[in-house]
Design a protein. Structure first.
Length: 405
């Protein structure tokens, strides 16, 4: 009986192919929109997580903040003091759960070799930088203890510097000038690409901290402190202990605000990913409205179909068909239309996702869950919006139906 019902439903759909296609178009577009939005949203979320994690997981970075002006006004206020090497040493010695601590000074300048020049970022730091950032070398070596202590002009460079200054030679062992200072390349960093904030991580020259302080900055101040964390420790507890220590060392009273900022890479990643997830859900919900519009379209067409086939319904009822059998026939037609629209929508969404994701610089993230949910939702729409027309067909009086033209 059910197979006969499906056969009649498919015959009725095939009889009006163009109308059937236009009917399922709303469902098809709705499913396509929902799956595409969620797929690209998932891809964007993963891209953000990857980019931010490239900064270094389990990482805290401390930089001077902006101290409020006296009286709590909105002015710029006085500039907070920079850090000292003693602050770095105190964190390393007194805070548990820390794998590496290093001070940093950053500046920029022109790197020149032969006829090539390139403006880049110069980072003065120590070997602990590579440990905290979990950044390996592609070739060469890190700084020796003597080079760090004496502040020698040696450097480890990123792949962007290699591409722009050393196209024709192995950079290790070569010399070039950076901000007027002659520097010997002792190592090349592994390529990392763009960071979560849009900067090229490989466009950097890393030198011993004392070398940059003495030859380029002219003081012993430290602009920021980078702290590598042990994953076995709770980040919030380590952060709280570190903040307390720095407040004490910077002589901040209980009522005074911190005059430094702490950047937690993992927290930023979670926050940004959560925000993108919310936006993806919102866009998916907006796109799902078109599914309801498609359901209304199905109901309208099914009502028209009932009107057109009133005489056919009357004949079936007159020769002994039950009302529930007539109702089932029209309900199956509605479900088939909506389900077919859902399947086509899923297929098109896969094609759009595969094509669009690389164009947007994202990885294609296939989510079986959203595909199954979209299909089931399209089938449920067929039941919900097909019920009223099917019930109307089942309730027709055979005599009145046979009289219709």
């Amino acid at each position: 009986m059910l197979s006969t019902t499906f056969l009649l439903a498919f015959r009725a759909i095939r009889r009006h192919l163009l109308r059937s296609f236009l009917t399922l178009l709303g469902i098809m577009i709705g499913v396509l929109s929902v799956i595409t939005m969620v797929t690209l949203g998932n891809g964007a979320t993963e891209a953000i997580k990857t980019s931010i994690s490239a900064l270094g997981s389990d990482l805290l970075q401390v930089s001077p903040g902006q101290r409020s002006s006296p009286g709590g006004g909105s002015g710029a206020g006085e500039a907070p003091p920079l850090f000292k090497q003693a602050d770095v040493n105190a964190i390393a010695e007194q805070i548990g759960g820390v794998t590496a601590v290093t001070g940093q000074v950053r500046t920029s300048g022109a790197a020149i070799r032969n006829a090539q020049n390139w403006t880049t970022t110069i980072n003065g730091t120590t070997n602990n930088f590579f440990i905290a950032r979990k950044w390996e070398l592609a070739e060469g070596r890190n700084f020796s203890a003597e080079e760090e202590q004496a502040g020698k002009s040696v450097c480890v460079i990123g792949s962007t510097i290699v591409e722009n200054l050393f196209q024709d030679a192995d950079p290790v062992g070569q010399d070039f000038r950076i901000k007027g200072v002659s520097c010997q390349v002792i190592g090349v960093l592994e390529k990392r690409g763009q960071s979560g904030f849009g900067g090229d991580q490989d466009d950097t020259v890393i030198m011993p901290l004392k070398a940059v302080q003495r030859q380029m900055i002219g003081n012993q101040d430290i602009n920021s402190i980078m702290i590598g964390l042990d994953p076995a420790y709770e980040t919030s507890a380590v952060k709280e202990s570190m903040v307390s220590l720095l407040r004490e060392r910077r002589n901040l009273g209980p009522d005074e605000e911190d005059d430094f900022n702490v950047l937690d890479a993992k927290q930023i990643s979670d926050t940004v990913s959560g925000t993108v997830g919310i936006l993806t859900t919102l866009l998916g919900a907006v796109a799902a409205v078109s599914l309801l519009v498609g359901g209304i379209g199905i109901m309208n067409i099914m009502l028209v179909s009932v009107t057109e086939r009133t005489r056919e319904i009357g004949i079936r009822l007159a020769i002994g068909a039950l009302g529930r059998e007539v109702m089932m026939q029209f309900l199956v037609e509605s479900i088939v239309l909506s389900s077919l629209g859902g399947l086509i929508g899923i297929f098109l969404a896969l094609i759009v996702g595969i094509v669009a994701a690389p164009l947007m610089g994202l990885d294609f993230q296939f989510d079986i869950q959203i595909n199954v949910i979209s299909f089931l939702f399209s089938a449920i729409i067929g039941v919900v919006f097909g019920y009223f027309p099917a019930r109307r067909a089942a309730k027709l009086n055979p005599i009145d139906a046979l009289r219709s033209e």
